[in-house]
Write a protein that binds this ligand. Structure first.
Ligand code: ADP
Length: 233
């Protein structure tokens, strides 16, 4: 449903932004009163809606048909840190990690999970100290428990469940950019692997996001029985 709705919403949005662009080209500076300002508000809103729809499409694309494979989380982390290079440097961020395991699962999804947690650790930092993130993994029974600890702003206890719900945010976009889909994404990826994700935090001191992945050798991505939407054409 999310896939079809977001896919179909793109069309009327494309038309709206196309006509707003035409209006701007032909009438910019010629409109009376606040005409130009209103046009720029419409453009901002359509750009934002496009981003939200793209996020929703990405979210709906995570499914149980993904190919499971074994991979080394140390290599995966190095790739994520390379991709985030500019953002890490700009924020003066330090990311450290203990040795990480080899796991079996949906590599692209887990890479996104690592990336979202690190990006959030940087984004929700305190203004007076450079962001620090430490990653750790340990095997408990037949599961790997991963933790991503930051020294950021922290999360009040009453919000620690709802941040994993799609579009739930604790801040305005003026304070911190974002659409509130990142952690919902993380939860969906972890649950596809039969794992759990949760957060512990001390407001004002930092947060630790935990998630579990099975330590089994063979492919463990959950088999979904629902019908999947057809691929985009
Ligand atoms: P977004 O980052 O787009 O707001 P997320 O789903 O990634 O969306 O996060 C939801 C909310 O959870 C954020 O708006 C923020 O309030 C809170 N949050 C997420 N990660 C952290 C973190 N590391 N430290 C403090 N708050 C966080």
């Amino acid at each position: 449903f999310v896939y079809i709705a977001s896919h179909d919403l793109r069309e009327p949005l494309r038309t709206t932004s196309g006509f707003v662009e035409l209006l701007q080209k032909q009438y910019q500076g010629k409109l009376e009163g606040k005409g130009d300002l209103y046009l720029s508000f419409i453009t901002q809103a359509t750009d934002r809606m496009k981003l939200l729809i793209d996020d929703l499409l990405d979210y709906s694309r995570i499914d149980g048909k993904a190919k499971s494979q074994e991979f080394d989380c140390n290599t995966l982390l190095r790739e994520v840190l390379t991709d985030l290079g500019a953002a890490l440097t700009e924020a003066g961020a330090m990311v450290s990690a203990d040795p990480l395991p080899i796991v079996a699962g949906y590599r692209t999804g887990i890479k996104q999970l690592f990336q979202n947690l690190i990006t959030n650790g940087i984004k929700f930092r305190k203004t007076d100290v450079p962001p620090k993130i430490h990653i750790h993994a340990e095997k408990i029974n037949d599961e790997w428990h991963f933790s991503f600890t930051d020294n950021g702003i922290g999360i009040e206890e009453q919000h620690r469940e709802k941040i994993f719900v799609i579009f739930q945010r604790l801040h305005t976009r003026k304070e911190y950019e974002g659409s509130g889909i990142g952690l919902a994404h993380c939860r969906k990826i972890v649950e596809l692997h039969h794992g759990n994700i949760w957060v512990e935090s001390i407001p004002g001191a930092g947060s630790t996001f935990y998630f579990t992945l099975p330590a089994a050798q063979e492919a463990i991505i959950k088999n979904q029985t629902e019908q999947h939407a057809p691929a985009l054409t």
